[in-house]
Every structure is written in structure tokens, then in C-alpha cells.
Design a protein around this ligand. Structure first.
Ligand SMILES: [Zn+2]
Length: 377
């Protein structure tokens, strides 16, 4: 059996970033490291919805040095750290016990195979796509002109720095041969030809795709590997969206059913005692939009998509009124129930990654979390 490796907090943050890249988060959000030393050794991880005091106690009980929560522990700017308020108490307890906290919030909501895919999956939806595709501007095309015979070195360098990934493929590029020309000014030291002479050389136009977050590293790697003193290259912003990424999902039930029987299904799938429903219970539904948590911000997109029903949480009175007027059914299953499923789903994916990386880490699911709302009948 292969020897298991020791993982540091920084390794865990990198793994989480692979599942739900931090740059997918909304600008107002605060995802990633909340409390902790990136060098700390991690042998146990507790996954929960909210990093509350109970989560710190649970982490202590099971011997986890890291809590991964959905809701960020630190959300608003803190003016002071004192155990006299809710956030301060958790931060205090965490630091006192050398427990780190990392959060994956709107980046997990928007990720492909993220929270909203899991929610759609639980409700039996098929052919799901994001309700609101992530904004474009994430990808750049890098075009660089390389003298023939040197393209492999440059390609290796840019791929190693993170260029060339398209879906499940890596090292993606395109090459076309051509003729480059230049004349070096006085003082130049051309790699090919003479200073002051007009030169024409066989070059390769090399194209590849680069995510915005890797741009600096890729360009630095390319410049280092390129033999020319002055490298001719273009960086072109692309309008391509990220596949499967964005807020909410819209998909189809296997068979058309009444809003009433769909609501029953939601109750069972999300394990809730009651739902708030807007719409005629006998109406038929098939195309369903979902957005976990406070999801009415996606209502306009759900309406545009032609969804019969939107499943979300935290629906307000006037929002319900508007949906009724628009003829869109709403199911408010609550913030907690529409997001709580991230605990088991994220845990499963992390477990798989730990195995693949041969990290000696145990994963624990927070079992005792409860919706602050109780159903009173
Ligand atoms: Zn939430």
C-alpha cells in the first residue's frame, strides 16, 4: 500500500479551490481562509454549513484541525475580536484550540458539480444548466510567435503554468507555421541573424487558452522559455463562458406532475416537515429552477427560462406576490434545507480527492446542525 502523505492547510485550500475555485465567488463574499496557519498539519476535517461554536466543539471531539463551512465565519469587516460577540467567540475558540476555518460559499453555489447541481440532483432534475451563467472574461487566448524548433519548450512552460485546459483536456493548443520578420536596432542582440539587418525567419504561431487567474504565471513562464530578446505575443480576452458554472440551475423532472406531488417530493428529498408554496397545487410542473439559500435574486432568470417553478429559500411576501402574478410557482423549502446537503456532498468529493492524493485525512460530517427555525403547528 502506498504511503500516505501529510497534508498542510495550504494543500487543503488548494484542493477546495479545485472543486470550487475561489474566483467564482461574488465580489461581496469572503471565501477561503478565515482563521488558521496555512502551514498547519491537517489530519481531520469537519464539514458543516455554519462555523458556529458547536462546530468548534465537534471538531475538538473528533480531532479535526480544520472546519470547512459553507457560510463564511468572517463576513463583515471586524472592528475588534472579542469573545463577547458570536463571531469573536468562534474565532477565539478556534485559535485557542489550533483549529482552522475555511469557507466555500458563493464559489460553491456557482461551481460545476457544486451546491446547486447537488440540489437539482436531489430533486430528480435532469439536463440541468446554470440559471445565470457566470460572467465572461474568465478566459484569455495567448498567441505567441516562436522560432521553429523552440515551440516545445515554450508550450511546456505555458502548460506547466496553467494554460491549455479545456474541460477534461489539458495541453490544448493550436500551431500554424509562418514567416516572422524583424530588424534589430543598434545595441540589440537578436537570437537569429544580425543586429541592423532585416531578417525573415520561420516561426510558429502558438495559441492556447489561459484562465484569468493564471495569466501572470503563464506569461512569466512563456517569457522565460522563449529564446527571443523581445517576445511578440498577444493576450486576447475571450467571451467564452465557463461550462456548467453559474448561479442556480434549471432542469426537467422526468415526468410532468402536479405542483402538489412535486412539493411532496421536495419535502422528502430535503427532509423538511413543511414548505411554503406559491401557486395552484393542481397545476402541472416539469421545468424546475433551483437556487439554494437566499435565491430569489435568480427569480428574473427563472422567469426568463420558462421554468414552471422555482425552489429556493428565504422568499419574502412581495416576491411571492409577484411570482403569483407572473404565474411562476415557488417552493420555499428554507435556507437551511436547501443548503444543508452540501455537508455530505462536499464531504464525499473531498474524501475522493484525499484518496487520490494519498493524504492521511479523516473527514467528518457535522451531524448536529439544526435549522434555527422550527416548524410550529
Ligand atoms: Zn446560505
Amino acid at each position: 500500500m502506498a504511503r500516505l502523505k501529510t497534508a498542510r492547510l495550504s494543500d487543503l485550500i488548494a484542493l477546495l479551490n479545485q472543486l470550487c475555485p475561489a474566483d467564482l465567488a461574488e465580489d461581496w463574499d469572503n471565501v477561503g481562509l478565515q482563521v488558521g496557519d496555512p502551514q498547519a498539519e491537517i489530519t481531520g476535517v469537519l464539514v458543516c454549513l455554519d462555523a458556529e461554536e458547536a462546530a468548534v466543539e465537534e471538531a475538538l471531539r473528533c480531532g479535526a484541525q480544520l472546519i470547512i463551512s459553507h457560510h463564511p465565519l468572517i463576513f463583515r469587516a471586524l472592528k475588534r475580536l472579542s469573545p463577547s460577540d458570536m463571531t469573536g467567540r468562534v474565532v477565539f475558540r478556534a485559535i485557542q484550540n489550533q483549529i482552522a476555518v475555511v469557507s466555500a460559499h458563493t464559489n460553491l453555489d456557482r461551481a460545476a458539480d457544486g451546491l446547486n447541481d447537488w440540489l437539482a440532483g436531489r430533486l430528480g432534475l435532469r439536463d440541468n444548466r446554470p440559471l445565470e451563467a457566470a460572467e465572461t472574461g474568465h478566459f484569455y487566448k495567448l498567441v505567441v510567435y516562436v522560432p521553429s524548433g523552440h515551440e516545445s519548450e515554450v508550450m511546456d512552460a505555458v502548460f506547466a503554468a496553467g494554460a491549455g485546459h479545456v474541460g477534461a483536456y489539458d495541453r490544448c493548443s493550436f500551431r500554424t507555421p509562418g514567416t516572422g520578420s524583424f530588424r534589430g536596432q543598434e545595441g540589440s542582440r537578436p537570437f537569429i541573424g544580425q543586429s541592423g539587418a532585416f531578417e525573415e525567419v520561420q516561426e510558429v504561431r502558438l495559441e492556447t487558452i489561459v484562465p484569468r487567474a493564471r495569466l501572470d504565471k503563464v506569461v512569466a513562464g512563456m517569457l522565460k522559455a522563449h529564446p527571443y530578446e523581445e517576445v511578440a505575443y498577444d493576450l486576447l480576452p475571450l467571451a467564452n463562458p465557463r461550462k456548467g458554472v453559474g448561479l442556480g440551475r434549471v432542469g426537467f423532472l422526468e415526468t410532468t406532475c402536479s405542483l402538489e406531488s412535486f412539493a411532496e417530493k421536495v419535502k422528502t428529498a430535503l427532509d423538511v416537515q413543511a414548505l411554503r408554496v406559491v401557486g395552484d397545487l393542481v397545476r402541472q410542473v416539469k421545468k424546475i429552477a433551483v437556487c439554494g439559500g437566499t435565491g430569489m435574486s435568480t427569480y428574473a432568470s427563472a422567469l426568463r427560462s420558462g421554468a414552471d417553478c422555482l425552489v429556493t429559500g428565504d422568499v419574502k411576501y412581495h416576491e411571492a406576490q409577484r411570482a403569483r402574478a407572473d404565474g411562476v410557482a415557488l417552493i420555499d423549502a428554507g435556507h437551511f434545507a436547501t443548503e444543508r446537503l452540501m455537508v455530505s456532498e462536499l464531504s464525499q468529493r473531498l474524501k475522493k480527492l484525499f484518496r487520490e492524493r494519498q493524504f492521511a485525512i479523516d473527514i467528518y460530517e457535522m451531524k448536529t446542525e439544526q435549522d434555527p427555525f422550527v416548524t410550529f403547528t
